[in-house]
Design a protein around this ligand. Structure first.
Ligand code: CA
Length: 221
């Protein structure tokens, strides 16, 4: 799950980015309308956490623009403006939920989970393939009924493969989904993560779980 955080207060933005990463989300924090537009143009996001008062514009306008351009993923508005009018305005232009500041991180997490769950009525919440079971809500993984301990990056990587079993995923596509920007990725890093996933999930060398497609990417068999 990839989350874009649009928040101009540096401390809050960084705090949310770090907190979400620790909970196995892929998170990117930006502080202006311009950077938010650029981030969304550069790669897809599953959910947006949006502050309303931004230095170069209004979050409501940003949201209106995204919705007009067909961005359908959930948006959670985050703002000190907790008047009823602002709340209604936000929901009117297509926000899915509204969280007044100040809020606790636990509450934000709960709202994000609830939006993901609502979105998941059309998508699956549990992915299963070859004895691996990934719960998209609790971010937990089991192998043949036993819990597997994955780091947040390993989890994010596995989630993409489990959503696309049998499909060859290119290095670019994987990087784009796992790392918030595909420019800051050392490609060797992906190979390191892949070997860790193999070590944790492959039950027998005779039955490989992933196929390396040289020069292209990887495939979950
Ligand atoms: Ca603000």
């Amino acid at each position: 799950m990839k989350v874009l955080i649009v928040e101009d207060q540096q401390r809050l933005g960084q705090f949310l980015e770090r907190g979400l990463k620790e909970c196995a989300y892929t998170a990117k924090w930006v502080g202006t309308c311009k950077d938010a537009l650029d981030a969304l143009a550069e790669s897809p996001y599953d959910i947006i956490v949006l502050d309303l008062g931004l230095p170069d514009g209004d979050g409501i306008e940003l949201l209106r623009r995204w919705r007009a351009n067909g961005f359908n993923e959930p948006v959670l508005i985050l703002s000190a403006r907790d008047s009823v009018e602002d709340r209604i305005k936000g929901l009117d232009v297509g926000a899915d939920d509204y969280l007044p500041k100040p809020f606790s991180f636990e509450e934000l997490l709960a709202r994000v989970r609830s939006l993901v769950r609502r979105q998941s009525t059309v998508k699956q919440v549990v992915l299963e393939h070859r004895g691996i079971r990934v719960d998209l809500l609790s971010h937990t993984v089991q192998l043949n009924g036993r819990p597997v301990d994955l780091t947040s990056r390993e989890y994010a990587l596995l989630e993409i493969f489990m959503q696309n079993p049998g499909r060859i995923l290119t290095r670019t596509l994987i990087s784009e989904k796992i790392w918030a920007s595909n420019y800051d990725v050392d490609t060797n890093l992906l190979d390191v993560y892949m070997s860790r996933l193999r070590a944790k999930l492959e039950t027998s060398p005779l039955r490989p779980l992933f196929k390396t497609v040289r020069g292209v990417g990887y495939q979950l068999l």
